[in-house]
Write a protein that binds this ligand. Structure first.
Ligand SMILES: [Fe+2]
Length: 162
């Protein structure tokens, strides 16, 4: 297996997070019956899919590294999926779901910022274009799920047991 550079490892991680984000959006969509929130999750899922597609395309252009990058992405995806399973047990409700997404989307933003910082030195044009496209989208995802959490929290009765 080809050895990955730090930059390629981080590219693999954001790819895996984009894969995990699609499953997370689908899972949380199944927990809520709020149509507005469902619509937002649907858009997030589509954008995560497009993010994964663009990441894979970029991995494709790295000579002989694609397999190793996608394998590492798979590891990241599994780790994220396991964390989600642990956090969202059988009794999870939609507020738990949005709290999970708030952590996950903050993690995505943070990882993309790391990749952007690494590329300041590496100076790869294709990667810079991808980061410029994806960062505002990831920041919007984080804002949306954070607002979703607060919307659901506002509907909760703080004095009853859940
Ligand atoms: Fe996201």
């Amino acid at each position: 297996m080809a050895e990955l550079t730090t930059l390629e490892e981080k590219l693999a991680e954001v790819t895996g997070l984009a894969q995990a984000a699609q499953d997370a959006a689908e899972k949380v969509e199944s927990l809520t019956d709020d149509e507005e929130l469902q619509k937002r999750l649907e858009q997030m899922r589509e954008e995560a899919e497009e993010t994964e597609r663009r990441c894979t395309e970029l991995a494709d252009h790295r000579d002989g590294k694609k397999t190793a990058i996608l394998e590492k992405a798979g590891e990241t995806k599994s780790e994220a999926a396991e964390m989600m399973r642990t956090y969202l047990g059988d009794d999870a409700d939609d507020l738990d779901g949005f709290e999970w997404l708030t952590m996950a989307e903050a993690g995505e933003v943070g990882h993309w910022e790391v990749l952007a910082k690494l590329n300041e030195k590496a100076g790869e044009d294709e990667l810079r274009e991808l980061v410029e496209w994806v960062l505002p989208i990831q920041q919007r995802h984080f804002n949306d799920v954070r607002e979703g959490s607060l919307k659901l929290a506002a509907e909760e009765d703080p004095d009853v047991s859940p």
